[in-house]
Ligand binder design. Structure first.
Ligand code: ADP
Length: 347
């Protein structure tokens, strides 16, 4: 593994969202953040090239690249070195989450072109929860639904939080951002989580509904006449805070409008209510909660939402409620560094 004169390895982490690409560089193993940028996904090739050029002008080489990949399914449960074969295997998973996976894999190819001759590693957001017990991964469905299982997401965020907390006790990690989930962790191990087969399930989110009675989709398809593409759009982009408020998917905006806008108030109240209800279910699975962690844009920034959710959980006794800013890029950099160090040690 290449190291610079200080013995460090510069790891670029690439985290593609629906509209932006977040780029971070950590010098490892010191975990020193040395550069970052958020670029527009529409111009990701040129933006990435510009970012790399700037780093090179500053005398900073990239020694390895880690990519956040939303979905690894049942067969990709640890970080893996990118090879043509791996990229081919990943294509087979696209039907599970075409919306995220295709642009993420495109970004890998673009990054390989702009940062050639260094190892690229895929880090799966489903990997952490792939270690949940079988009972938490199973849907009550028959063999007709082969391959459908509860995978769980936000794993890179959870791993970072666990590294801050240390691996002991009964913890619920509430990652509340545009996407939102809560994960039950026992002594550092995932026990259950609110997102399941896709990042659409579980808690209410910015534009996604979270858990729904499956009858709603059957009714929408047969009686409201929505075809598959329309249903996908409605469930992915038009539900959640946006659907209920009718005006915005953004929690900060809704909190500001709430006093004069009834629908904004209902959206905020429902978000809190559902989060509290589902964290209560995770408390039952864990047999109590020692630590409740809030993270993500809403969890980190809104004391009001945190208090609303935690308030209803008081009956559980003395819970240590903490706010910890997450760092998925550091999780990725740690994975990349660990994988490459293990390879170097073997050769
Ligand atoms: P993503 O899941 O896309 O990474 P973030 O974790 O950045 O999203 O979270 C975005 C959400 O955080 C938005 O709903 C935004 O309004 C909310 N948010 C950010 N700052 C605040 C704040 N001060 N108060 C309430 N909500 C906030």
């Amino acid at each position: 593994m290449a190291r610079n004169s200080r013995g460090e390895v510069n790891v670029l982490s690439v985290n593609g969202g629906s509209s932006s690409l977040k780029l971070w560089v950590y010098a490892m193993p010191e975990e020193r953040r040395v550069a970052s940028a958020t670029v527009n996904i529409a111009d990701q090739a040129s933006e990435l090239a510009g970012f790399i050029d700037t780093l090179e002008r500053d005398g900073m080489g990239i020694d390895a690249v880690g990519h956040r990949i939303v979905f690894g399914g049942a067969s990709h449960t640890t970080p893996e070195l990118v090879t043509p074969q791996l990229l081919e295997q990943m294509q087979e998973l696209i039907p599970y989450d075409a919306l995220h996976l295709q642009p993420e894999l495109d970004a890998v190819v673009i990054a390989q072109r702009h940062v050639p001759n260094v190892p690229h590693v895929l880090c799966y957001d489903t990997a952490f929860c792939s270690r949940m017990p079988r009972i938490a991964k199973t849907y009550p469905l028959g063999d007709e639904f082969g391959g459908v299982s509860r995978f769980g997401f936000h794993g890179l965020s959870c791993e970072y939080i666990v590294s801050v907390l240390g691996a002991s006790g009964k913890t619920v990690i509430a990652h509340l951002g545009n996407g939102a989930s809560a994960t039950a962790v026992l002594d550092g191990h995932p026990i259950d989580t609110t997102m399941g087969f896709s990042p659409l399930g579980g808690l209410m989110m910015g534009t996604r509904p979270g858990d729904l009675d499956p009858g709603v989709l059957l009714y929408a398809a047969s009686e409201l006449g929505y075809d598959n593409a329309t249903l996908r759009k409605l469930i992915t982009d038009r539900s959640g805070l946006l659907g209920v408020s009718g005006s915005s998917p953004d929690m900060r905006t809704l909190l500001a409008r709430r006093a004069t806008d009834e629908r904004a108030a209902l959206a905020v109240d429902l978000f809190v209510y559902i989060a509290r209800k589902q964290i209560g279910a995770l408390a039952a699975v864990l047999g109590g909660i020692d630590t409740l962690v809030f993270t993500g844009g809403i969890g980190e920034n809104s004391g009001e939402i945190r208090n609303g959710v935690a308030e209803g959980l008081r009956y559980l006794g003395d819970i240590d409620v903490r706010t910890i800013p997450t760092d998925e890029a550091l999780s990725i950099s740690r994975h990349v560094h660990a994988l490459l160090s293990a390879r170097t040690a073997r050769t």
